[in-house]
Ligand binder design. Sequence first.
Ligand SMILES: NC(=O)c1ccc[n+]([C@@H]2O[C@H](COP(=O)([O-])OP(=O)(O)OC[C@H]3O[C@@H](n4cnc5c(N)ncnc54)[C@H](OP(=O)(O)O)[C@@H]3O)[C@@H](O)[C@H]2O)c1
Length: 366
Amino acid sequence: MKIAIIGLGVVGRGVYDLVTMDQSVLQVKYVLELDKSKLQGIDALVAKDIDEILNDSEVDTVVELIGGKGIAYSFVLQALNHKKNVVTANKALISAYFKELTELANKNNVSLRYEAAVGGAINILDPLLTISRINKIHKIQGIINGSSNFILSKIFIEDYSLEKALEEAFKLGYLEANSNDDMEGLDLLRKINILSMLSYHQYIDESDIIRVPLSNVSSAFIDYIKSKNLALKYIATSELVNNQIMIHLEPVVIKKDSFYSYINYEENIIDIYGQYHLKQSFIGQGAGRYPTASAVVYDLIKQTEKTDYIQSFENNYPINKELKKYPFFILKNGLIEKTEYLSYASLQKTGALILARIEDDVYEEI
Ligand SMILES: NC(=O)c1ccc[n+]([C@@H]2O[C@H](COP(=O)([O-])OP(=O)(O)OC[C@H]3O[C@@H](n4cnc5c(N)ncnc54)[C@H](OP(=O)(O)O)[C@@H]3O)[C@@H](O)[C@H]2O)c1
């Protein structure tokens, strides 16, 4: 199967390496990359523009690894309209334009695969679609943002200050200078959105998700959590209760010996709860060149086998942001306060800044 890779950055170069080293059933016919310095050691043809790729009938699949919702959106639309299969790692694109892109792929009878968009190396989406055809999935929860987990691990395991942990994350490339997507929770929001849509077989708008930024957490709050011998994780939760959906993400105060406190640095965990299988946990590297590239190549191999995602999004469960109540730590008049069990809406009415949700077993003890 002949493919074209667009974008030879961290992930794109990894995909090129894995395909050319190991995969005889796949052939990289073209690459397209703006930065010519990234073309060193590349044997494939360098396309002069997207049209050269789209007009070549030998190209079966376009691999979009540019990222973002700008030119990547245009290239993916054009590829689907030219009846090319598309593989991407682009969670921003998939979460925001899920309905449009899946419908366009179906209309043109081509496949759109995005395994690497959630959980890096963890191959979760393909099994999830099959699991969700057997079970009614009623909860998805996880630590699905490697950058924030790296920062919190540095703080709670290695005793880094918040500033030093952020500095280290920038230095190692975990945080981008021109993007707040990780600290503001946008990356986490996109991933829990994609997982929810595939689990519940329903389109969900990003604005229906409650998001508390990790940047709400201050050094003073971290010192407070440490003084209580507790830990903090940035967790996304999606629940279907009485046929209503609530999705939220926030910093969560957990016990130091709870299972999630053992998921550290770039590692991700995704727990899936279904009516027959109870809980299944998926754990693995959440980001990085080869972990992510391996998930892209997973999609390409599935593509050669023509085992397509089964996609039908016929459900229409209402979103209910009041479905569950939780206890929180808030900042009120400059002081850290613990609340009773409250809904997000009633909490927001108080005007207090939400610092973190408190896990039930922690609430009972503090
Ligand atoms: N990095 C990870 O660990 C990871 C994990 C999971 C998912 N992802 C997803 O994977 C995708 C790629 O991420 P990445 O980290 O590999 O990004 P990256 O390193 O910035 O690579 C993107 C590449 O695309 C090139 N590019 C930009 N516009 C282009 C255009 N019009 N035509 C051709 N090439 C163009 C960029 O060139 P310039 O540098 O010259 O702009 C850059 O080399 C994103 O959707 C990201 O969310 C990444």
